[in-house]
Design a protein around this ligand. Structure first.
Ligand SMILES: NC(=O)c1ccc[n+]([C@@H]2O[C@H](COP(=O)([O-])OP(=O)(O)OC[C@H]3O[C@@H](n4cnc5c(N)ncnc54)[C@H](OP(=O)(O)O)[C@@H]3O)[C@@H](O)[C@H]2O)c1
Length: 285
C-alpha cells in the first residue's frame, strides 16, 4: 500500500506524514481541541530528538505552520531537519495568533510575503517544499493571496502550493488562479464532511492531506473503529489511518504525535490492508 504519492513535482513521499502542531507548550497541555499551541515547547531538545528519530523510522513529510507556537514550531523543525534536505517540510502562512485561543486569517499580500521570508529563515531552507495558505482571508482577493505563492514558485523559492480548510468551489476557483499541489482539510472515520473534496482532488490528481486524522486522539472512541481493531488485533489509531489510506492513493494523513510508541504504531498502518468486510463496518451510519 505504501508506494508513496508525488506531493509536489519530483518529490514522492510516504503516505503517512507527521503533524507537529502539538509540539508546543507543556506536555500536559497538548491534548484535545483546546490545546493552546501558543508557547515554545517546554521539552524542546526531546522533541528535536523525536523528529530526527521519526525520520529514521521512515517519516519524510513533516507538517508545520508559521502560527504554531508563534514561529517556534518552524524553528524547532528547522533545527531538527537542518541536515536532512530530503525530508519534505510543508508549512502554512496566513493565520495570526493574537492570543492563545484565537486563530485569525490574515491575507494581506505584504504580510504573506513577510511570513514567507520568516519561514525561510526559521526552517533554514532557501526553497520551501510546500506552502499552504493556512486560511483564505475573504478581505483580500484570492488571486492576490495565491499570487504571492505563485510568484515565489516562479522564482524557485517555493516548490508547491497548497490551500487549507476549503470547499470544492474554492478549490476549483484556486485552480483557475494557479496550480494547486495539495489541499489540507479535516478528514477521518468520524469526520467526513470533506468527502466531496476528496473526490475532487482525486479527479485533479492533487494531494488531499488529512488533518485531525485521529480525531485529535479520540480515534479509539469510535465504535466502528474499535469493532475492527479488536477483531484484527490492531491499535484503533492504525485502523483509523488504514481507513484513510483506503480512501484514495492521493489521501495523505498527517497524524500528530510526540511519542515514539504512537509513531511506530501509526506508521504500522501502512501495512494494514482493510478487507471489504472491515471497510463496510467502518462505513458511515
Ligand atoms: N490545516 C489546518 O488548519 C490544521 C488544523 C489542525 C491540525 N493540522 C495539522 O494536522 C496535524 C494532526 O492534527 P492533530 O495532531 O491536532 O490531531 P490528530 O493527529 O488527529 O491527533 C493527535 C493526538 O492523537 C494522539 N495520538 C497520536 N497517535 C496516537 C496513537 N497511536 N494512539 C493514541 N493516541 C495517539 C496524540 O497524542 P501523543 O502525542 O501522546 O501521541 C495527539 O494528542 C497537526 O499536527 C497539524 O500539522 C492542520
Amino acid at each position: 500500500m505504501n508506494i508513496g504519492f508525488e506531493l509536489i513535482p519530483g518529490r514522492t513521499v510516504s503516505r503517512i506524514g507527521l503533524g507537529t502542531m502539538r509540539m508546543a507548550d507543556r506536555p500536559d497541555q497538548r491534548r484535545g481541541g483546546t490545546a493552546p499551541v501558543w508557547r515554545s515547547p517546554a521539552d524542546r531538545p526531546d522533541l528535536i530528538r523525536f523528529v530526527r528519530e521519526a525520520v529514521d523510522l521512515g517519516v519524510d513529510h513533516v507538517d508545520t505552520a508559521d502560527a504554531y507556537a508563534l514561529g517556534a514550531g518552524e524553528e524547532l523543525i528547522g533545527e531538527a531537519l537542518v541536515d536532512m534536505p530530503d525530508v519534505a517540510i510543508a508549512t502554512k502562512i496566513g493565520n495570526v495568533r493574537p492570543s492563545a485561543s484565537e486563530w485569525v486569517a490574515l491575507g494581506h499580500p505584504a504580510y504573506l510575503r513577510q511570513q514567507l521570508e520568516l519561514s525561510h529563515r526559521r526552517l533554514r531552507r532557501e526553497r520551501l517544499d510546500l506552502v499552504y495558505l493556512h486560511r483564505i482571508d475573504d478581505a483580500y482577493p484570492l488571486e492576490d493571496q495565491l499570487g504571492v505563492l505563485a510568484e515565489a514558485r516562479a522564482a524557485g523559492t517555493v516548490g508547491g502550493i497548497g490551500i487549507s480548510l476549503v470547499d470544492v468551489d474554492t478549490f476549483e476557483r484556486a485552480r483557475r488562479v494557479t496550480a494547486i499541489d495539495a489541499v489540507q482539510n479535516p478528514f477521518s472515520v468520524g469526520e467526513r464532511s470533506s468527502s466531496d473534496l476528496v473526490q475532487a482532488t482525486a479527479d485533479a490528481e492533487t494531494a488531499f492531506v488529512a488533518f485531525f486524522p485521529l480525531a485529535m486522539g479520540d480515534a479509539g472512541q469510535d465504535e466502528r473503529v474499535t469493532a475492527v481493531s479488536s477483531k484484527r488485533g490492531a491499535d484503533p489509531s492504525q485502523v483509523a489511518l488504514a481507513w484513510l489510506l483506503a480512501q484514495g492513493s492521493h489521501v495523505l494523513p498527517i497524524p500528530g504525535t510526540t511519542t515514539l510508541a504512537h509513531l511506530r504504531s501509526n506508521l504500522g498502518a501502512l501495512e494494514l490492508d482493510l478487507s471489504d468486510e472491515e471497510l463496510a463496518v467502518l462505513a458511515n451510519g
